[in-house]
Design a protein around this ligand. Structure first.
Ligand code: GLN
Ligand code: ZN
Length: 761
């Protein structure tokens, strides 16, 4: 077969690295959940999946794309799909006969087997399943799924480009189990499989194949440039293969791009939103197609088409040929603006969700070939929208900027923790080893019904308040009976710890249908932070003071911190995140001051997302940590020394942010620790942290109620690292996902354990 015959489609002009698959109206979520519940069978689920795939391919073809990603569909997660493709499912699910059930068992577990661990996909809010590589893992290609999709797409006449996670990223994101070496050490075992896969895809009629290698924009492993060169020299030498695109995203590929340039791969994909064109220009890509991600695939703003086209035009002389794309898969943004009828016209004009991004890519690729004038209408519309965005008063609120300008270090520096401690002790009068909880209590169906009834207008604000107050009274009673020392109101009024605040702050907008997959069938609807942020009126004071009125024990007020609010929203891109974070910090600060004035003696500001926003490249980390710490301290620096500030962190390995946790200077830090055997305490000690700390003494992620002895043992373990004067006792996160009976039993045992250990002390 001559090269030219097998690879007729030598280049392309417009594409995306991948698309969402949950369905524009979350059809896949519904179908998958129905399958899990036994309400539909595998055939019905497959049918829904086929429909979702067909619709999205058709849409991309109609948008004008001449290369369409396939195999970006997933029933649960693309890393798990890759584990299936490479024969690397954990042995514990091997006995499950039906492939779909085996797959879901690895994803979610069953009564008999534990699921794979789940963790964040780079610095996004998507979570992937972490493949396990043991000493006995023997890889084997099973390309059924990708070949099926390819065949299905080709039968529809779609110019299909199968997408698979590349070997470097697959191994870098996997974890070693059973004493195995680091997964990346298995790279040479995987390469023959990828060669085999290339042959099968060529045989299946693929003109192009895309291997995703986002790991190449990180510092996750040593020698990534050399590794990329070696791996892709070998893969591009495969005798029978489609044209090969190596796709990077989420950052600057730097010298790894130059390394790819030295191989015989046909194309490289680059993220020109998170990264720059510098490394593209520096690399020798004169014989390559460069897939230029100039349209932001993970934020919601309309593209500045003039700027994007200028960037493309400047790049063109440096590369073999150029295709236009989004910076990454549109998995990370909602499907479409259509149906967002609550948006005002101005705001709607500034936004682009996936559908609108496809159109932008198509416009840019046409303009690149035929000139800007060919697409004059589109460019003019984009220019107009940008102009209104640049001048909209909601984005330029003088009062907000004046406050920011007036900020000085004294505003984010409290006195020393040791100076604050006696004042707080005197005000609170707590026993040694005080007990508390993280904030939320079970979100019962009564609570959800009340919120729903208020939203749909079937009850008024007054009735709603009564119902929520009843819930608060119940959890206050539950806590008093359990014998806890510091109580909370239980957060019954909160749909979500970010959205609740976003709905009340100026500068935010909540979408009607802006769902984005978080993991598996779970979707979130991040608010859009579009303007200058300010807090028009108190957001939590009424609920907290009501709770305080019911008890003589101290009640802790509960807020979400600025870093977490940014992390879980779509954030404006027209000013540095550090500035936006300070605006949010001032709004939270206003709330803390009002809580204090209303007599609330303890205020917790949660920052579970602190680790999440940590930049992928080490060189960018200090700047991030600096603004993250400062914004938390602005949020909490407005209260008197006698007011005790708590924070809460969870969801992560804290390694790289331990120093930052110390620098937050919260009086009390509650932190997830139950699953890591209190190691976090040693880490904090090493970082010189000397404030009070509440390591989670039991895991709330499981319905299991721990025994008193178990909790007491955790406490004794914690006391090895931290003196009794510094130690608090709490679960490792909020209790909203648990049932009331579980919570009641677990908290009683937690208090009993505290009593036991206090006596020993
Ligand atoms: N205060 C919140 C709660 O208890 C904290 C949630 C979180 O850490 N994610 O639910
Ligand atoms: Zn938590």
């Amino acid at each position: 077969m001559s090269d030219d015959k097998t690879r007729t489609n030598t280049t392309f002009h417009a594409t995306v690295p991948g698309v969402a698959r949950i369905g524009a109206n979350r059809e896949l979520k519904r179908a998958v959940e129905a399958y899990w519940a036994g309400r539909i069978d595998a055939a019905a689920l497959t049918q829904t999946a086929d429909g979702i795939r067909r619709d999205s391919w058709n849409q991309l073809v109609q948008a004008g794309f001449d290369s369409v990603p396939v195999n970006t569909f997933s029933y649960y997660d693309q890393m798990l799909d890759t584990a299936v493709l490479l024969g690397a499912l954990p042995p514990r699910v091997a006995g499950i006969a039906h492939p779909l059930d085996r797959y879901f068992a690895a994803a979610r577990g069953t009564d008999e087997v534990a699921p794979l661990e789940m963790t964040k996909w780079f610095d996004t809010n998507y979570h992937y399943l972490v493949p396990e590589i043991g000493p006995d893992t023997s890889f084997a290609v099973d390309a059924t799924a990708v070949l099926n999709e390819l065949a299905q797409a080709r039968a529809l006449g779609v110019p299909a480009r199968p997408v698979v996670i590349g070997p470097i990223t697959f191994l870098a994101l996997s974890k070693a189990v059973g004493g195995a070496q680091a997964p990346l050490s298995r790279i040479d075992d995987l390469l023959p499989l990828y060669v085999e896969l290339l042959a099968q895809l060529a045989e299946g009629g693929a003109q192009w194949v895309q291997f995703d290698e986002p790991t190449l924009v990180t510092d996750q492993a040593e020698g990534l440039a050399e590794l990329a060169e070696r791996v892709y020299t070998e893969l591009s030498a495969a005798s029978a293969r489609p044209r090969l695109l190596v796709q990077t995203y989420f950052g600057e590929a730097g010298d790894r791009l130059a390394a790819l340039g030295r191989t015989a791969v046909d194309a490289v994909g680059v993220d020109l939103v998170a990264g720059t064109a510098d490394s593209v220009v520096a690399a020798d890509l004169a014989d390559k197609l460069v897939v230029a991600g100039v349209v932001d695939g993970r934020n919601v703003w309309r593209t500045d088409l003039d700027r994007a086209l200028d960037a493309l035009t400047a790049l063109r002389p440096h590369v073999g040929s150029l295709a236009v794309s989004t910076s990454c898969s549109t998995l990370h943004v909602p499907y479409t603006l259509r149906g967002e009828s609550q948006l005002d016209a101005a705001l709607a004009g500034w936004l682009a969700f996936a559908d609108e991004k496809f159109a932008e890519v198509a416009t840019l690729s046409r303009a690149l070939v035929h000139g800007r004038d060919d697409q004059a209408g589109q460019f003019e519309a984009a220019r107009l929208a940008l102009a209104t965005r640049a001048t909209d008063p909601r984005l330029h609120v003088a009062a907000v900027h004046d406050r920011l300008d007036a900020l000085e270090p004294a505003d984010w520096t409290r006195t020393t923790a040791s100076a604050r401690r006696p004042l707080q002790d005197a005000a609170l009068n707590l026993p040694v080893l005080p007990t508390t909880t993280i904030g939320s209590y079970p979100q019962t169906s009564a609570i959800r019904q009340a919120r729903h009834a208020l939203r749909t207008g079937s009850i008024d604000a007054c009735k709603y308040r009564n119902r929520i107050q009843r819930e608060i009274a119940d959890v206050i009673e539950l806590q008093e009976k359990a014998g806890l020392d510091v109580l909370v109101h239980g957060e019954p009024e909160r749909n979500d710890m970010v959205q609740y605040f976003a709905e009340q702050l100026d500068g935010f907008f909540a979408t009607a249908n802006g769902w984005v997959q978080s993991y598996g069938s779970r979707c979130v609807r991040p608010p859009i932070l579009f303007g200058d942020v300010a807090r028009p009126t108190p957001m939590t004071v009424g609920w907290t003071t009501y709770a305080q009125s019911l008890t003589s024990r101290p009640v802790k007020g509960m807020l979400t911190g600025p870093v977490t609010i940014l992390a879980w929203s779509f954030v404006r891109d027209d000013q540095p995140a550090a500035v936006t974070a300070r605006q949010v910090a001032l709004a939270i600060r206003d709330e803390t001051v009002d809580l204090e004035r209303a007599g609330v003696p303890i205020i917790q500001v949660d920052e579970p997302a602190l680790r999440e926003l940590l930049p992928l490249r080490a060189a960018d980390r200090d700047a991030y940590l600096d603004w993250a710490i400062t914004s938390f301290r602005i949020a909490t620096g407005g209260v008197a020394d006698a007011t005790q500030v708590h924070t809460h962190l969870c969801y992560s390995e804290f390694g790289e942010v331990i120093g930052a946790i110390a620098a937050l200077d919260a009086d009390v830090t509650s932190i997830e620790a139950a699953r890591s055997h209190m190691e976090i305490l040693d880490d904090l000690n090493e970082a010189g942290f000397a404030n009070q700390v509440g390591p989670g003494v039991y895991d709330i992620h499981s319905p299991r109620v721990p025994s008193t002895d178990e909790i007491a043992d955790s406490l004794r373990e914690a006391l090895q690292a931290v003196s009794a004067e510094r130690l608090w006792i709490n679960p490792d996160c909020g209790l909203k996902t648990r049932r009331t009976d579980e919570v009641t039993a677990a908290l009683r045992r937690m208090v009993a354990a505290a009593v036991l250990v206090r006596e020993e002390a």
